[in-house]
Design a protein around this ligand. Structure first.
Ligand SMILES: *Cc1c(COP(=O)(O)O)cnc(C)c1O
Length: 526
């Protein structure tokens, strides 16, 4: 665990800002690091500097520059193992363990793909590009899953060439395309049918999971259950969603698209139907949504086994496990979620009288999110006078002016929405700490903003920083491992930051930062 404090001492008393949101409390010590938001080997050293794996941010800045993603490799490996171990042990007596697929879309490069495999996990991809990274890392195909609601024929063919362990099929039309491409490969394969045998019989079947929408959609603090999901992903489990003409197990018009896909898959010689999949959302703290989805999918498996003789030996419950972005966030340890889910799977399979399927999960954020912080250098600091809304805080936000004002401090950094799009995309909140030194200055409500030509270019909407933060100070934003580098852009022709992995007192690029040359490399000139 990181040191909670060193060097700085407690923050002098300062009044909370009237501009602060209700959830933001004035920290007792601005120099303290909240352990759950940081890599386990991040700490504030005796000199007051933030360090990770023994390397100070000043050293990292000197070697690699800013902005910079700083990832703790031992922390990544530990979180990956923690998921694998927790789920393996909770499900040991149910299905002999769990296959954990790291969701590559959260952050992927070949080093990360290799670590994932070394720690006993597998890899989820969702495009030809992500498959290319997996191939570059030398991952065996059987450890790879391919997702996507609009896979191209060439992505499907590439996945089959790589011998992927599973293609997670998203629609009936895609099922037919996978079946056709797999069958064609059989007849196209040189040597297939040689010696007078029938062409195509030697082609390996495409291993397929069906992505279902169970009508359970989880948000961070709640989940909603609906029959019909209004989203682009998956095959509906709701009655009446099958194609016209498909009658299903019970006849009539009550069949679901999910049932129709199972019936079609078992009919295809070129398809090996492994099971069903669901993914109910992201940044979820409580297990209830996963439990509800598991029950619905197990009931479906039981029905399909008896109606179609489909084996459906596997059930994938997706990802979405939440992390702490703010001190008040309280994600559950993987072991707690694993135990809760195992209890539900055990009980439901018992009630239905079915053999439990092999379970898999797909965590992304919960493995990589807290391993990484973004290191920025502060530049312009601007105090802006803001009118305070009139009335009490609970008067519905009526903006009648009282004449009262408050100061909001804008601290600009050398990156922004190009390296962290989540505040703009999702209104995501982050925290920030002064990283290059400790400070005894009083707290000042601050907004950390980027350098882009966009007033919404906010990195940290509300945080208390020491009052003496100024140009040249290093700031660190924790929890940026997932969906930050992955969503980065070149807006305003900023070079995308690289990612440095720190391990055992050494640091190395795992993805180097872009240069101006990179930025101009695709410009075809005048
Ligand atoms: C995004 C995604 C995940 C990973 O989600 P996290 O919130 O990062 O755990 C897993 N499975 C599927 C199908 C996804 O789309």
């Amino acid at each position: 665990m990181p040191e909670t404090t060193a060097g700085g001492g407690a923050t002098p008393h300062a009044a909370p800002s009237p501009l602060a949101p209700a959830w933001l409390t004035l920290p007792a010590d601005l120099n303290a690091l909240e352990p759950k938001m940081w890599a386990h080997d991040a700490e504030r050293g005796p000199d007051g500097q933030l360090a990770v794996g023994g390397l100070t941010v000043a050293e990292l800045k000197a070697r690699f520059g800013t902005p910079l993603f700083v990832l703790s490799e031992p922390d990544f490996r530990a979180r990956a193992r923690a998921f694998k171990d927790a789920f393996d042990s909770a499900f040991a007596d149910i299905c002999g363990g769990v296959d954990v697929y790291y969701a590559g879309k959260s952050f992927l490069c070949s080093s990360v793909a290799a670590w994932v495999a070394q720690e006993g996990l597998r890899l989820d991809t969702a495009s030809g590009g992500e498959l290319a990274v997996a191939a570059k890392a030398g991952l065996p195909g059987e450890l790879i899953g391919l997702h996507g609601n609009n896979k191209s024929d060439s992505e499907i063919a590439r996945a089959l060439d790589m011998g992927v362990g599973r293609i997670i099929v998203d629609s009936l039309a895609e099922l037919e395309r996978v079946a056709r491409i797999a069958a064609d490969r059989g007849t196209d394969t040189p040597g297939a049918g040689a010696g007078g045998g029938e062409a195509g019989t030697e082609a390996p079947r495409a291993k397929v999971m069906l992505r279902l929408t169970p009508g359970v959609h989880a948000h961070t603090h709640e989940f909603i259950a609906t029959a019909h999901e209004d989203q682009k992903f998956g095959l509906s489990m709701a009655p009446g969603t099958a194609s016209a003409g498909f009658e299903g197990e019970h006849g009539g018009t009550a069949a679901s698209a999910a049932e129709e896909a199972v019936a079609a898959a078992v009919d295809h010689d070129s398809i090996e139907l492994l099971g069903v999949h669901c993914h109910i959302g992201s940044q979820i703290f409580e297990p209830e949504g996963f439990e509800l989805a598991a029950v619905k999918l197990l009931e479906f498996i039981a029905q399909m086994r008896s109606a179609y003789g489909a084996g459906l030996p596997e059930l994938d419950l997706g990802g979405g496990y939440g992390i702490a972005y703010l001190p008040g966030d309280a994600p559950r340890p993987p072991g707690e979620i694993a135990e809760a889910l195992a209890g539900v799977v055990r009980a439901t399979c018992g009630r239905l009288g079915i053999a439990p399927p092999r379970i898999s999960i797909e965590p992304g954020r919960a493995i990589v999110g807290s391993t990484t912080f973004t290191l920025y250098e502060a530049g312009t600091v601007k105090d802006v006078v803001v009118d305070l809304p009139g009335g009490s805080a609970d008067s519905g936000g009526a903006a009648a002016e009282t004449g009262a004002t408050a100061v909001r401090r804008y601290v600009s950094v050398d990156g922004g929405m190009s390296d962290n799009a989540r505040p703009v995309l999702y209104d995501a909140d982050y925290s920030v700490t002064l990283a290059g030194r400790a400070s005894d200055a009083p707290a000042q409500l601050s907004r950390v903003v980027g350098k882009h030509c966009e007033s919404g270019d906010i990195v940290v909407r509300d945080a208390y920083l020491p009052d003496d933060v100024g140009a040249g100070d290093l700031l660190a934003v924790p929890g940026t491992g997932a969906y930050c580098w992955a969503l980065s852009s070149n807006y305003n022709y900023l070079a995308r930051p690289g990612v440095v992995a720190v391990s055992g007192g050494t640091a190395r690029w795992i993805v180097r930062g872009e240069t101006e040359e990179d930025l101009l490399s695709r410009d075809m000139g005048v």
